[in-house]
Design a protein around this ligand. Structure first.
Ligand code: RIB
Length: 294
């Protein structure tokens, strides 16, 4: 079984701020850093640091050479990474004193995926292989259709939630990993139980992993429920905490771990990520997750 992540790669320009800037306000930042990020890349790095061989498919811009190096350093397979003309995708991130963030994305190269490229990548994958997707690249509906035809296990993190997702046939998704905001956007409900109920009614064969911030995470499928609380840490930057959780979840799935152990592992890994700055630099290795006392 092979693991493919078809997703974004961003340069993250991160500004520490007293508070998230308000409409009409000009705000001096307290500090600034540049990190590697993108929900796609963060999740691939998390899978690799959790010990799984992951192929990352995506497009970097003419300023994107550094992503090859970053992937190689982290053991992320770059066979399906392509460099194209034009600017790489980037994100402008504000992090306030409470460690909450607010993100603006410029898609750039991430929005230049072609159907030909999708076909070329998927030609090497087949039944039983896993494909991980987020919503920061174009062609998402096409990728889901082709991967499903090939009987791959389609895992979707519908983030950020926008109208591109309306074009996707969600019935082809085997596992949804989403937070409560996305849960509301998908189902129309705010209460976790209602979100899960509505999603299972619409997608009865899917597995749902709903993260609930301070309230931990709930797993549900038509036969089973499980939940896990958070590991309390001093929060520094919540960027990529969700991506860390998702990457570790896919890694645990690939390794065949039971769901209870999976949720515990993912929650611990994302707690460590919250205690550190930046996106990819904050993601722990499996060794750290196993050895740290929280
Ligand atoms: O989920 C965090 C990520 O969202 C950041 O790394 C940023 O690039 C945006 O894609």
């Amino acid at each position: 079984m092979k693991v493919l992540n078809f997703g974004s790669l961003n340069y993250d320009y991160v500004y520490d701020v007293d508070h998230i800037v308000q409409p009409g306000e000009t705000l001096d930042s307290l500090n600034m850093g540049t990190f590697f990020g993108g929900k796609g890349l963060n999740q691939s790095v998390a899978m690799a640091r959790a010990g799984v061989h992951v192929y990352h498919a995506g497009m970097v811009g003419e300023d994107g050479d550094a992503f090859y190096e970053l992937c190689r350093e982290n053991g992320v397979d770059t066979t399906y990474l392509r460099k194209i003309d034009g600017r790489n995708g980037h994100a402008i991130i504000q992090v306030n004193r409470e460690a909450q963030n607010c993100i603006i994305i410029y898609g750039g190269s991430n929005r230049r995926i072609t159907k030909e490229f999708v076909d070329e990548v998927l030609a090497d994958f087949g039944e039983g292989d896993i494909i991980m997707l987020q919503n920061e690249i174009n062609c998402l509906d096409y990728i889901i259709d082709r991967a499903y035809e090939k009987k791959m296990t389609v895992i979707l993190n519908p983030s950020p939630y926008d109208s591109a997702l309306d074009a996707c046939d969600m019935k082809k998704v085997s596992i949804f990993l989403l937070n409560e905001v996305e849960g509301k956007q998908v189902s129309g409900y705010e209460e976790p139980e209602k979100i899960i109920g509505a999603m299972l009614e619409k997608y009865p064969d899917a597995k749902i992993v709903l993260t609930l911030g301070e309230n931990g995470v709930v797993y549900a499928d038509k036969d089973k429920r499980a939940q896990q609380g958070i590991f309390k840490v001093k929060a520094v930057d919540t960027t990529a905490a969700g991506d860390t959780f998702t990457g570790y979840f896919v890694a645990a799935l690939a390794k065949g771990l039971p769901i209870e152990e999976t949720l515990r592992l993912c929650s611990k890994a994302s707690a460590i990520a919250v205690s550190r700055k930046g996106a990819t630099p904050s993601i722990p290795t499996m060794e750290e997750v196993e050895n740290i006392e929280l």
